[in-house]
Design a protein around this ligand. Sequence first.
Ligand SMILES: [Zn+2]
Ligand SMILES: [Zn+2]
Length: 172
Amino acid sequence: MEIKAKFKKLYWNTSLLFCRFLGRKYQAKCGHKTKLIAEVKIFGEKTIFWLNKKNIKYCQQCLVDMSIKCSWCGKSITVRDPVTLCTPMKKDFQMPEWAVIYKKVPLQLVGCLRWECAESGVDRAGFWIAPGKVHRVLSPLEMLIAYSSENPIICNNLENIKNAISYPSENQ
Ligand SMILES: [Zn+2]
Ligand SMILES: [Zn+2]
């Protein structure tokens, strides 16, 4: 595992290096030119964006601009990240200025799925998508209620939007 992780890191770094110096620029649909792989900084956090060559909708900078801060911990949430939509329970809750409101009544704030922030994957209620909004999907708990059957519900990858069931209203 250790070696695998190291190899992965090496692979990323090499790809990044190649792309930085040799990589060609592609025309993104947002109107900007962009490289396929780039290291960007989102609220001071370094991250690597790898774009899909076949369909470049947004350049790295546009994706950075679409990022938000988690309403709870303040760490970054970028496009395609899974999100929670929790309601503050504390009476003296002070909403941080960067908080992103999903719904006003009852108040639901967009939060991240980091270990320290979400109770468990059960809180996963949507994804942050371009151009900067929540795509609502069924949370594992809602799936359980909606599809109650004898078969267990398998949530093998909560972080992948492709494995999620969208809310009917999101498919219009
Ligand atoms: Zn752009
Ligand atoms: Zn958070």
